[in-house]
Design a protein around this ligand. Structure first.
Ligand SMILES: Nc1ncnc2c1ncn2[C@@H]1O[C@H](COP(=O)(O)OP(=O)(O)OP(=O)(O)O)[C@@H](O)[C@H]1O
Ligand SMILES: [Mg+2]
Length: 111
């Protein structure tokens, strides 16, 4: 099992959720977050001078999926989250060693 964390533009959430549903992924965690990437936020010139916004609003989607679904899920997120502009976000993949369903106690262990 792996964890995929995708940090995306808030206005792409609907499209990403739909793309995930289309590849059979229903369960996910969604959080409103703030962050900064390589450009360390956003710099812009207003009438009164130069402004810098340190942290921009983003949405983090977390999905725990089977290893074999990794490429399919990543492709779905790439296609649905991309605008081609800076700030489109990042995807991080990590291994998961254990998962439990609280209702039933059902447990999955991965070496
Ligand atoms: N190395 C990182 N560690 C943790 N979070 C990150 C990292 N890089 C990006 N993020 C998160 O992803 C969000 C979007 O990042 P962003 O798309 O601006 O990345 P980038 O590497 O600067 O790419 P781009 O050059 O396309 O802007 C950030 O606001 C932050 O929440
Ligand atoms: Mg950036």
């Amino acid at each position: 099992m792996i964890k995929i964390e995708a940090i995306i533009r808030p206005d792409r959430l609907k499209s990403v959720k739909q793309a995930l549903t289309e590849v059979g992924i229903n369960a996910m965690t969604i959080a409103n977050v703030k962050g900064r990437g390589e450009q360390a936020g956003l710099e812009f010139t207003a009438r009164t001078g130069l402004f810098r916004i340190d942290e921009l609003p983003k949405v983090k989607i977390e999905v725990f999926i089977e290893d074999e679904d990794e490429d399919k899920v990543i492709d779905a997120i790439l296609a649905s989250a991309r605008t081609g502009e800076m700030g489109d976000g990042k995807i991080f993949v990590s291994p998961v060693t254990r998962a439990l369903k609280i209702r039933t106690g059902e447990e999955w262990r991965y070496a």
